[in-house]
Design a binder for this molecule. Structure first.
Ligand code: SIN
Ligand code: MN
Length: 227
């Protein structure tokens, strides 16, 4: 597994010509954070896009989430398994997390960080050309289990930082359709965000825009054990 120096870009700063010639490599971006390019086959990508389209319909479909400050997030979000609202999981009704996503999550963890994985929630985010996501931590889960991220459609610049601050050091990673990114262990609480979408870079006819699915263990069963 190749490990880029922290602060370097993986694939972002190279020219499009060089990118097209070099196979993209699996890389450990930080301890516990693994990028696996092209993890999903073209058939799997198509199946996931179709499933997300169905799940995104009402009731309990995809919508723009309002932040506590009053503004709307630029992505559209679909909660599966449990409904997420900034910054907690609520008891409101949602569609169940499909078994296929649980299976893919287990396989993703087994092939990267190892260990058991029992995801019970997913957030599916849709990005149009202008959408982005600021640097944040995924810290609404009580479980320390990894986050599994699957990307579909247009590529994006994904910024993976550190656990202390929103600022450097970080690594910019180009996430393309079919890529897997898993972060757990010492990187579970790392700040991360989507700097920009690279319009028109996805597989022909798959999707206009970008979909990202993140699977998580909410740790709901741990709640009653807290003081
Ligand atoms: C997220 O941080 O929840 C989404 C990340 C992504 O869209 O790649
Ligand atoms: Mn996140």
């Amino acid at each position: 597994m190749s490990s880029p120096t922290r602060g370097e870009s993986t694939g972002v700063l190279r020219s499009a010509t060089v990118d097209a010639l070099l196979p993209r490599q699996r890389a450990e971006i930080a301890p516990g954070a693994v990028h696996v390019p092209g993890w999903l086959s073209a058939v799997q990508q198509r199946e996931l896009v179709t499933a997300c389209r169905d799940l995104a319909r009402p009731p309990h479909g995809m919508e723009r989430v309002r932040l506590p400050g009053g503004g709307l997030m630029s992505v559209r979000t679909l909660s599966l398994g449990r409904r997420w609202r900034p910054y907690r999981y609520t008891g409101e009704p949602v569609k169940p997390l499909p078994d296929r996503l649980v299976e893919l999550g287990r396989l993703a963890v087994a092939e990267t960080l190892g260990g058991p994985y029992d995801p019970d929630v997913a957030l599916v985010n849709f990005y149009d050309d202008a959408a982005k996501m600021g640097m944040h931590q995924d810290k609404d889960e009580l479980s320390a289990a990894p986050v599994v991220s699957l990307s579909l459609g247009d590529a994006c610049v994904f910024r993976f930082g550190n656990t202390e601050t929103r600022s450097r050091p970080w690594t910019d990673v180009r996430l393309e359709s079919g890529d897997l990114f898993v972060f757990g262990g010492p990187s579970r609480r790392a700040f991360h965000g989507v700097v920009r979408i690279l319009p028109g870079t996805g597989p022909h006819d798959l999707l206009k825009g970008r979909l990202n699915i993140t699977l998580r263990e909410s740790g709901r069963q741990l709640a009653h054990r807290l003081p």
